[in-house]
Design a binder for this molecule. Structure first.
Ligand code: FAD
Length: 300
């Protein structure tokens, strides 16, 4: 099939891990456990999401600061335009810069009422491209933006969405990270199209290691990603078999990443959902090994 054997993969990949801010002490412990387990893989960066309407603003902030301070990992803060004036965004961004946060994932965000239409704040930014330009005026942040291999649901057509990505890169974004997807070909074709449109910035595939199809279906419905039929078939009958389900999940995700690798992909962004196991196992199969054990970041 042309796919390399896992045993032959040299680990010549760069990975990044995405986390969400924890709501409770128990979730905080879970997040920290994941950060500590993944840190020895020496990620290029990790990132922390931002809740709708700034509902998690403080928690995103606290989580990013703690990861930088304690795990000594380069951490990016996600930031959205939702329900925020330009002045409020400036205040948040300036504080980030002062605290040593150098990387922002700049997003428009979604309306606070699910399914509603995005209405910009009267004194705010109307799109991610505007936010990128605004942030660049505040400080020389490294900036990542979102990309959609299956097209953002609000875009009039795939080309319009690619034009929008181009605007974000032209406004100063350094890279794009994609929404999750489950067809390697879809990403590889998307990457070709971006190159044809003059987008040469790195585009990191967003990898969601699935172990719960029902939960994934809910997430996918919100962002327009397609769940292929084979996914249901591979998880069929495993609801009461968590051990087998996890092995199947790791196999599917590792095979998916191997196909991307065979297509030339060397950067992988993992939606960890604050759990280390699946992402760690996939990185291991891609040939990565821990750089330093227990002393995350000390050797950098
Ligand atoms: P934009 O790039 O502004 O695009 C939004 C839509 O408008 C697209 O359809 C685009 O084609 C269209 N558009 C924009 N400008 C124009 C124009 N001038 N003319 C015509 N069409 C235009 N959400 C959160 O709330 N918190 C997070 O932490 C978060 N993290 C994310 C991380 C990643 C990697 C990804 C892929 C998504 C994330 N999201 C997050 C979700 C994101 O906020 C939503 O997908 C949102 O609907 C779009 O955000 P955007 O930055 O892509 O918007």
């Amino acid at each position: 099939s042309g796919l390399p054997l896992f045993a032959d993969l040299p680990g010549d990949v760069n990975v990044s891990f995405e986390f969400f801010p924890p709501k409770t002490e128990k979730m905080e412990a879970q997040l920290w456990d994941a950060v500590e387990k993944l840190a020895p893989l020496n990620p290029a960066f990790v990132s922390v999401t931002y809740g709708a309407g700034g509902s998690t603003r403080e928690r995103t902030h606290a989580t990013v600061s703690r990861i930088i301070r304690q795990a000594k990992l380069p951490a990016a803060a996600h930031l959205t335009c939702v329900e925020a004036s330009k002045a409020e965004i400036r205040a948040v961004a300036e504080q980030y810069w002062e605290e040593g946060v150098r990387h922002i994932v700049a997003l428009r965000g979604d309306p606070t009422t699910p399914g509603g239409k995005f209405e910009p704040h009267p004194d705010g930014y109307a799109s991610a491209a505007e936010l990128v330009a605004g942030l660049k005026e505040i400080a020389p942040f490294e900036i990542s933006v979102a990309a959609y291999p299956e097209t953002h649901p609000e875009a009039s057509c795939p080309q319009a969405d690619i034009d929008n990505l181009k605007r974000k890169i032209d406004a100063g974004a350094d890279r794009a990270i994609t929404q999750f997807f489950f067809s390697p070909e879809c990403f590889l074709e998307f990457r070709e199209k971006l190159l044809a449109n003059g987008i040469t910035a790195p585009v990191l595939p967003g990898i969601l290691p699935v172990s719960n199809v029902a939960q994934t279906r809910k997430m996918a419905a919100m962002c327009g990603a397609a769940i292929p039929d084979w996914m249901d078939r591979l998880f069929e009958g495993l609801d009461e078999r968590p051990g087998a389900r996890k092995l199947v999940a790791a196999t599917i995700a590792a095979e998916f990443c191997r196909s991307l690798y065979a297509g030339g992909v060397r950067d992988f962004h993992f939606y960890t959902l604050n759990r280390a196991d699946l992402s760690y196992a996939i990185c291991h199969l891609l040939g990565m090994r821990p750089v330093v054990s227990n002393l995350a970041g000390e050797a950098k």
